[in-house]
Design a protein around this ligand. Structure first.
Ligand SMILES: Nc1ncnc2c1ncn2[C@@H]1O[C@H](COP(=O)(O)OP(=O)(O)OP(=O)(O)O)[C@@H](O)[C@H]1O
Ligand SMILES: [Mg+2]
Length: 307
């Protein structure tokens, strides 16, 4: 992973919540495991006007003068243990960008992200050096991607994929690693006789199960899911979703679920933020959002999901 988190010079002079931008109130939680403040990501160079003249009011995240994409700006949320927050919105609204900036897959342009499991949240992880950032991925923060090729080595066996984070965390005993891998495959309902098969030979649903097994290998307190069932056949997706739901009930994880699908958000999350053109337009309890969406864009999304 090529991770170089940066906070660019002069960012403090750029518009944020304090500058009176159109922002939605953030729901604060007690003892957050993840705390995200003013997270921003711009693809390309930009100016203050790029920020001020993009977003929902302008119907675009693209600055017409520079061509830059303000993929996410002024994103704020907290997630507590045992809680799942959804990020919902149309394609290109910035959902994956937010998740990838938190995970360290992409350098954020600006913002402050704190994890209770890293030095008690004393430091902004966006400022960590790349090696320390990568280490968080071993046992603190795991990601399950829509595309299994991003989360797994497809040419390696299921057992080998799970052994990887275990050895990175210091596991050395071959028998114990096998035992742990078998236990995780059992929990994710992957037949044990497939443990030594290479993942490329697995079906889409089975690959997602192996990704989940690998993500949980070192019991991380934080799990980020990016469209974990998108692209799977409906019946396969339902099985994987059900597995995720049961695992979230059992484990005391702080979870972020990115999805364009309200059925997924409804099934897995308690709260969610709605993104449009790189901005958060609503932050609500999932039940409330589905029953009584406040922002016109949320209303449109919910109505479309019901249709
Ligand atoms: N590496 C990149 N370089 C330039 N622009 C990018 C890059 N990655 C994403 N973008 C742009 O940033 C915006 C947000 O993309 P993002 O992938 O976060 O959207 P999304 O909400 O996850 O969409 P989807 O539902 O299609 O996955 C889009 O306009 C996208 O084209
Ligand atoms: Mg995405």
């Amino acid at each position: 992973m090529n991770t170089v988190p940066t906070q660019e010079a002069g960012m403090n002079t750029l518009p944020t919540q304090e500058a009176g931008m159109n922002t939605v109130p953030t729901i604060h939680v007690a003892d957050p495991v993840i705390q995200v403040r003013n997270l921003g990501k711009v693809y390309g160079s930009f100016t203050r006007d790029s920020i001020l003249q993009t977003g929902p009011e302008f119907g675009t995240a693209r600055d017409p003068r520079t061509g830059s994409i303000i993929a996410a700006w002024n994103v704020n949320f907290d997630v507590a243990a045992g809680e799942a927050l959804g990020i919902v919105g149309e394609s290109g609204s910035g959902k994956s960008t937010v998740l990838r900036c938190i995970a360290g897959d992409q350098p954020a342009t600006t913002g402050d992200v704190r994890l209770a499991c890293h030095d008690n949240g004393e430091f902004n992880i966006l400022h960590l050096d790349p090696a320390t950032r990568r280490r968080l991925r071993i046992d603190k923060l795991s990601v399950v991607y829509q595309d299994a090729a991003e989360g797994l080595a497809l040419g390696v066996t299921a057992g080998g994929n799970i052994a990887d984070p275990l050895t990175a965390a210091g596991w050395r005993h071959f028998g114990r690693i096998r035992e742990r891998a078998a236990d995780l495959l059992r929990r994710t309902e992957v037949p044990l006789d497939r443990m030594d098969d290479i993942v490329r030979t697995f079906s889409g649903g089975m690959r997602q199960r192996v990704q989940i097994a690998r993500a949980l290998a070192n019991n991380p307190p934080i799990l980020l899911l990016d469209e974990p069932t998108t692209g799977l056949d409906a019946s396969v997706a339902a099985g994987v979703l059900d597995l995720i739901r049961r695992l979230l009930e059992e484990l005391d994880l702080a979870v972020v679920v990115v999805s364009h699908d309200f059925a997924v958000i409804e099934m897995l999350t308690q709260r969610c933020i709605v993104m449009q053109h790189g901005r958060v337009v609503e932050d609500a309890l999932t039940d409330q959002l589905l029953e009584d969406p406040q922002h016109p864009y949320s209303q449109k999304l919910v109505a479309a999901a019901r249709a």
